[in-house]
Design a protein around this ligand. Structure first.
Ligand SMILES: [Zn+2]
Length: 260
């Protein structure tokens, strides 16, 4: 892993040293739109291409937390049954799966039908305002628990996070839902990092991580195939065991880690 560092950059499967690039090339990279950056200059891909490096990510983290927190029994059942949430939502909203993903994310927070139409159009799915409003209404009807929770939030002035019991004042009317879900979700990753640094540094190196994904390099095995090794699978289990959240009336954990 000797060439693994922030100064190394991957361009079309070639590894280059940032300092050695010409100024115009650097500028081109800096100015590239995010999608191009993601595809061509991805630090994440660079890390994950190395043998012994695996990513553990919280599957559908925000959607699972929302379903758990607001007690959305239909959404909970999807996760319990192992169904693909976006496909099911797409059918209910009568849109395609990629649009449903954007719609559920936006409408769970404070986006309205008009904002959704704009967001979908910008993402390459041309949508009229009327259609955006139709999707919003269909979403609200099929998620009564979430709507009830958001109404409660409008009046709420204080909130305590579930894992670390942080108490925060809720001042702004907008974005309360966003803060609560993302604030709670951030604690999942903080708890995982705490555990990794306290108990696992003899087994793995913790590499830069991305949003809700942990990137770990196994220190235990000399050779690695693309399949996750036993030490990494064991750490995945240990991390999943950190969280005291179960779907109601089941012994199933709310949060699972995916592995790549
Ligand atoms: Zn290993």
């Amino acid at each position: 892993m000797s060439n693994l560092g922030l100064r190394t950059i991957q361009i079309d499967n070639q590894y280059l040293i940032w300092e050695e690039l010409e100024a115009s090339r650097k500028q081109e990279i800096i100015n590239a739109p995010p999608k191009v950056l993601e595809d061509r200059y991805s630090m994440r891909k660079l890390l994950l291409n190395k043998p012994g490096v695996f990513s553990l990510d919280f599957k559908n983290q925000e959607n699972r937390f929302t379903a758990y927190l607001v007690n959305d029994t239909k959404a909970q059942k999807l996760f319990i049954d192992g169904k693909d949430q976006h496909t099911v939502e797409a059918e209910k909203l009568n849109i395609d799966r990629d649009s449903a993903k954007i719609a559920v994310h936006g409408l769970t927070y404070d986006m309205g039908g008009k904002g959704l139409a704009k967001r979908l159009t910008n993402a390459g799915f041309p949508t009229t305002e009327e259609e955006g409003i139709r999707i919003q209404k269909a979403f609200e009807i099929s998620h009564p628990e979430l709507m009830g929770f958001k109404r409660y939030l409008h009046r709420a002035t204080e909130y305590e996070s579930l894992l670390f019991h942080r108490k925060v004042q809720l001042k702004d009317k907008r974005d309360k839902m966003n803060w609560i879900i993302q604030g709670n979700c951030s604690e999942l990753i903080i708890k995982a990092l705490q555990y990794l640094y306290d108990y696992c540094l003899d087994r793995v190196r913790v590499l830069p991580h991305f949003h809700d994904e942990l990137v770990l390099e196994c220190l235990k095995c000399k050779t690695h195939s693309n399949l996750p090794c036993e030490p990494i699978l064991k750490i995945k289990k240990e991390l999943e065991g950190l969280y005291p959240f179960y779907w109601p009336q089941t012994k199933m954990k709310v949060f699972e880690l995916g592995i790549k």
